[in-house]
Ligand binder design. Structure first.
Ligand SMILES: NC(=O)CC[C@H](N)C(=O)O
Length: 728
């Protein structure tokens, strides 16, 4: 039997030896990246400067420069043994795509020479017809374009030079996450830089930064292969809970098992060579759950690095006989996996490096409060959009279950900042401040850094928490492309900062002093944004009640949450900021609905297959053994046999009844699928899959998991929870 063979295989596992390229990480960090330093080495000064211009100011590279850059890239890549190149992009599948082309061109006389020119670097034309487009691309215009994103450096994987690119349709509409992300970053740069002028005229650029935390599970590859559900859906659809799970809290931050340490060293080295600045690793809450985190980077680069890391992890895991589970909820009843997005805004001024970090002077702290309060207001007003961007079939299992934040968006800022905001609200009256009031206010504002230093508050139950110098969007799912929630957050804050600037300028024009104008507007914002601030336990039922009273939405289920995406308010937000037009938003809505439906459809099929083709035969075989045993007892004890056979008979009856229920539930579920498939719109289908098909999962699973408790352990077909979670 596959399970037992797989288990035997795991007995032989030993940590795989990993040799570090050097004991000093700085010796190999970024060695596979065409970064500024390498560019300087391989390019003329002129070419380097034109790349910098296009990174910093969006200036288009001319043909001559593009050719120079391409030939420098090729020379560098070939020095690292690369033979191929690819435009590396992020279609709306959520993962990355690549099509490799060789550097060489054959000549007529049977020889070949190495080529790679500016045109090949700047733009390619992959067939877009097999990627999701949500109706943007007509089949007769199957062409899509990938275009070089110079702000994210090229890198080498294996023997291929990978060039990060955006992916757009023939008509110029984006077919990926990167293009709108870059536009959202431009929007927030402009809006935040304008607001920064109140505080520091030297600031000419504001960069949104992202530091993600990637949670994941590891499962031995032999056990993984013996579970069709893990192979095909990334999560377990069946499995009785293990007697010991995470109840002893003995895994979190515990000592990392040797095989896992070897895997971590290996994928971290690969990541570091690719310039991904991973620094943190630890055990997560559930057995065999772990986390990896880099230091923060510019948001677009951080997103690329996360996409890359997920890929690298999966590849490296094979070498260690592990499989990485990135799913948000691979094991029912256990901690799920998130990808916490730590977001902040940094400037190019040495004085105000991080706009969400308090400073040393009252002036710096007015700047801090400005960005803090505007972000709070932006999240309050766009909470539903943010909710929609984290909606997925996998995250539906995680939000609101076992240590993950609920589906209600709220912000935690800690008790001390709450007090600061309350004081500000009370002391700014709208009247001109007296000199005494001004001094007092400034004194209070001046105390902020001290306060935050003492502030060790952490609230893990909050989906969006302020953590001293950044916001942590904790509700993002572990499989997600961070770009999706980051686009929404950047857009929301950009628009909010624009509005803020308009209002403050309005007051200044009426003769109000700048600081007073700012504080007055902030006071108003604090008042209206109160409902989104919540310091209590986000897992509690009371919060669900309280949130309802505050008018905060609690939308359960992706098929419903996605509706927020296409609300006029949000479509206009994206369009006004030139991030996405209505058609681009509509297409994402459709793609997300379709993906959700397909995921549940696949799960439902796998479930039916496992139940009917694996479980029922195993149960009936075991039952047959019981029947034979009862017959034998009857031969021996004749009329008296029931006295001896009562337990076997009970087991026979239980199996019959569970098999009957399983079969009828599976057939009912299949009927619901047929109904759903006939519905007309992606929305109707997604709702039917979510609300009609999915509810069968728990019911079928319940019966199968009960059979796990009575069928002979040696006959059980799939690796059990205790084996999946405790083999390492
Ligand atoms: N310790 C933690 O931070 C748990 C987080 C949890 N795994 C999540 O899904 O977000």
């Amino acid at each position: 039997m596959l399970r037992l063979t797989a288990l035997k295989e795991t007995f032989r596992r030993r940590p795989v030896e990993v040799n570090a390229p050097s004991t000093k990480i700085s010796d190999y960090f970024g060695e596979l990246v065409f970064n500024n330093e390498t560019m300087r080495q391989y390019m003329s000064k002129e070419a380097f400067e034109s790349v910098m211009d296009s990174v910093n100011r969006g200036v288009k590279l001319n043909r001559k420069m593009a050719n120079q850059v391409a030939s420098a890239m090729k020379a560098w890549a070939m020095s690292k043994d690369a033979t191929h190149y690819t435009h590396w992009f992020q279609p709306l599948t959520g993962r990355t795509a690549e099509k490799h082309d060789a550097f060489y061109t054959p000549t007529e006389d049977g020889r070949s020479f190495e080529t790679f020119n500016g045109e090949q670097l700047v733009q390619q034309e992959p067939d877009a017809s097999s990627f999701p487009s949500g109706g943007i691309r007509n089949t007769f215009e199957a062409r899509g374009y990938t275009a070089w994103d110079p702000s994210s450096p090229a890198f080498i994987i294996g023997q291929t030079l990978c060039i990060p690119t955006i992916f757009v349709s023939y008509t110029g509409e984006s077919l990926d996450y990167k293009a709108p992300l870059i536009k959202s970053l431009q929007a927030i740069d402009k809006a935040a830089t304008d607001v920064c002028q109140y505080f520091d005229k030297n600031i000419s650029k504001v960069t949104a930064t992202l530091g993600w935390e990637q949670e994941y599970f590891l499962v031995d590859s032999a056990l993984f292969t013996a579970r069709p559900d893990l192979v095909l859906t990334g999560r377990t659809l069946f499995g009785h809970s293990s007697s010991k799970g995470q109840q002893l809290d003995d895994h979190y931050f515990g000592s990392i098992p040797d095989r896992v340490t070897a895997f971590m060293h290996d994928f971290e080295q690969e990541s570091l060579r690719l310039g991904i600045p991973v620094t943190t690793r630890h055990n997560e809450v559930a057995p065999n759950q772990f986390e990896c985190a880099p230091v923060f980077e510019e948001c677009n680069l951080a997103v690329d690095h996360n996409q890359l890391l997920m890929d690298v992890m999966e590849k490296v895991a094979h070498r260690h006989n592990f499989r990485v589970l990135l799913h948000e909820k691979p094991f029912a009843g256990m901690n799920g996996s998130g990808k916490h997005n730590n977001w902040s805004l940094g400037t190019n001024s040495s004085k105000h490096k991080n706009l969400l970090a308090p400073g040393k002077t009252p002036k710096e702290n007015i700047r801090f409060l400005t960005f803090l309060v505007n972000t709070i207001k932006a999240v309050h007003e766009n909470a539903d959009l943010l909710r929609a961007t984290i909606a997925s079939a996998g995250n539906d299992h995680r939000l609101g279950a076992n240590e993950a934040p609920p589906a209600i968006l709220s912000i935690f800022i800690g008790s001390q900042l709450t007090k600061v905001l309350n004081d500000l609200e009370k002391s700014v009256t709208g009247e001109a401040l007296t000199p005494d009031e001004k001094t007092e206010l400034k004194l209070n504002i001046g105390k902020i850094p001290q306060i935050l230093l003492d502030n060790t508050d952490r609230n893990r139950t909050s989906p969006f928490a302020f953590t001293g110098n950044k916001f942590e969007f904790r509700a993002v799912g572990s499989t997600a492309n961070c770009a999706n929630p980051m686009i929404a957050l950047n857009a929301a804050v950009a628009k909010q900062l624009q509005d803020f600037k308009g209002e403050v300028d309005g007051l200044i024009a009426k003769g109000v002093k700048k600081d007073e104008a700012i504080l007055n507007i902030l006071r108003d914002y604090i008042k209206v944004s109160k409902p989104i601030l919540f310091e209590g336990n986000g897992y509690s039922d009371e919060w669900v009640e309280e949130a309802k009273k505050r008018g905060l939405n609690n939308v359960i289920g992706t098929a419903h949450a996605l509706d927020f995406l296409i609300e006029d308010k949000y479509k206009d937000l994206y369009e006004r900021l030139n991030i996405m037009n209505h058609r681009e938003v509509d297409s994402r809505y459709e793609i997300n609905l379709e993906e959700y439906k397909l995921k549940i459809q696949i799960e439902s099929r796998v479930m039916a297959d496992m139940a009917l083709n694996h479980m029922v035969p195993v149960a009936l075989k075991y039952q047959k053994g019981m029947v034979d045993s009862v017959k034998g007892l009857k031969d021996i004890f004749e009329a008296d046999f029931k006295k001896h056979a009562s337990d076997q008979i009970a087991i026979i009856e239980e199996i019959s009844s569970r098999v009957k229920t399983i079969r009828s539930l599976v057939y009912e579920m299949i009927d619901e699928r047929k109904v759903a498939n006939k519905l007309n719109t992606p929305k109707e289908q997604a709702v039917a899959y979510g609300d009609k098909v999915r509810p069968y999962f728990d019911k079928i699973r319940y019966e199968v998991d009960k059979l796990e408790l009575i069928i002979d352990n040696n006959d059980w077909p799939w690796p059990k929870y205790r084996e999946l979670l405790f083999t390492r």
